[in-house]
Design a protein around this ligand. Structure first.
Ligand code: SR1
Ligand code: MG
Length: 400
């Protein structure tokens, strides 16, 4: 099952030398395994003091679970092709793909060595003046240009076919919309949180709305999503933002990507209630995060509206009132999916360091309860929360 895995460092170096011209023949190359993700193996191949590249290899199972959870290698093709497509309209914000090889299920791509993972930058309260604008524009441009508003009907359907991604979608279908809302063995629950979680499992009104969101995820092929746009899929410096890892890409509801990012900023907001460090500094940081939420939506919605207005090719979809309705639907979907991200990252299989780095279980539970309550409100009240201002008010009320 695993015969295609690189045998050793020499095999990785030979692969890179075969498919790039970045290193001189006599360069001494070093390989380090750098992946801390859940699913794949990631290596950096570097000439000390010189060039470097990243090699990402998929094996036919989930890395953190092992062969007990098989997973299609096609995810690696999907990732390589999604990165190339995203680069057509959002090239400033994705790493360059140098080579993709199907038999090895491996991609060679640009090394973002001077960038930091956004999740850990947020945990460290590192202010990033361009992050929200870049991510808003990245989403607006990738999502609009892969939608029926822009693509010709045949092109769109051919792309939908190319990005059918059943294994990775199934992970999301289960981990977002099923496990956290029942007593599932994959869940990981902080013991003091158990009563709050059991109340959630009894909440029938909530389960109806989660079913509605799941059905949208299953059926609404609106645009080519990144599909896993959490803060661990973004790398940053003060001036640059790079979105990596689109192996979950498929055609789905636009609000899923937007909501994943909103949810991750809010997870950090909840975590900062109890993470280490000075209390006043953490409160100031939480205010900064809320400003970033506003900026993210401002840049996304302004750019998406501009593109709808000026670049929609489909004659029927040029209708201005319909376009306003479309933005409203994306907003409400984003709130709902943000809610599911908050809940699944708190009690499901795949937690986030923003909460897990709070060492004391009782203090962690305080931040986690906040994430659960906020998630529930966003799902239930998504058609009542009429603006980003209203969302920020709600967040502040729940966080008091
Ligand atoms: C078993 S995979 C768990 C999570 O990691 C990925 O990054 C996705 O977010 C997925 O839900
Ligand atoms: Mg990932």
């Amino acid at each position: 099952m695993t015969e295609h895995k690189f045998n050793d460092d020499a095999a990785i170096i030979a692969f890179v030398r075969r498919h790039t011209r970045l290193f001189a023949d006599d360069a001494v190359l070093k390989v380090s395994e750098i992946g801390d993700g859940n699913i794949n193996f990631v290596y950096r191949v570097a000439e000390p003091g010189g060039n470097s590249v990243i090699v990402k290899q998929a094996l036919p199972y989930v890395r953190i679970i092992g062969e007990g959870w098989p997973l299609s290698l096609d995810r690696n093709r999907i990732e390589a092709e999604a990165l190339v497509l995203e680069a057509e309209h959002a090239g400033d914000w994705v790493p360059q793909v140098y080579h993709y090889e199907q038999p090895l299920a491996a991609i060679i791509m640009q090394d973002l060595g001077d960038h930091q993972n956004l999740r850990y930058a947020l945990i460290a309260r590192r202010k990033l003046p361009k992050m929200a604008e870049h991510l808003g524009l990245f989403m607006a441009r990738t999502l609009f240009h892969s939608s029926d508003m822009y693509l010709d009907a045949h092109q769109k359907k051919a792309l939908v076919k190319r990005f059918i991604n059943p294994d990775l979608c199934k992970i999301t279908e289960d981990l977002f919309f099923l496990d956290p809302f029942c007593d599932h063995e994959r869940n990981a629950i902080n013991p003091p949180l158990q009563p709050a979680v059991e109340a959630l499992w009894q909440d029938e009104r909530l389960k109806v709305e989660v079913a509605e969101l799941k059905y949208a995820f299953l059926n609404r092929a609106e645009a080519l999503l990144h599909g896993d746009l959490h803060s661990g899929s973004v790398f940053v410096t003060e001036t640059s933002t790079q979105v990596i890892d689109p192996e979950f890409a498929y055609f789905g509801p636009i609000g899923f990507d937007v909501g994943s990012l909103i949810g991750n900023l809010l997870l950090n907001w909840c975590g900062q209630h109890q993470l280490a460090g000075d209390a006043a500094e953490r409160e100031a940081w939480r205010d900064w995060l809320l400003v970033q939420l506003e900026k993210l939506w401002y840049h996304f919605s302004r750019e998406f509206s501009r593109l709808m207005q000026h670049k929609t090719t489909d004659l029927s979809l040029q209708n201005e009132h319909w376009q306003q309705r479309r933005m409203l639907q994306i907003w409400q979907d984003s709130l709902g999916f943000a809610g599911t991200e908050l809940i699944r990252r708190t009690i499901g299989l795949a937690h986030v360091a923003d909460l897990d780095m709070i060492d004391d279980a009782a203090l962690r539970a305080q931040a986690e309860v906040m994430a659960l309550h906020l998630g529930r409100e966003l799902i239930l009240e998504r058609s009542e929360i009429s603006s980003m201002e209203a969302l920020v008010d709600l967040v502040c009320q729940l966080g008091d």
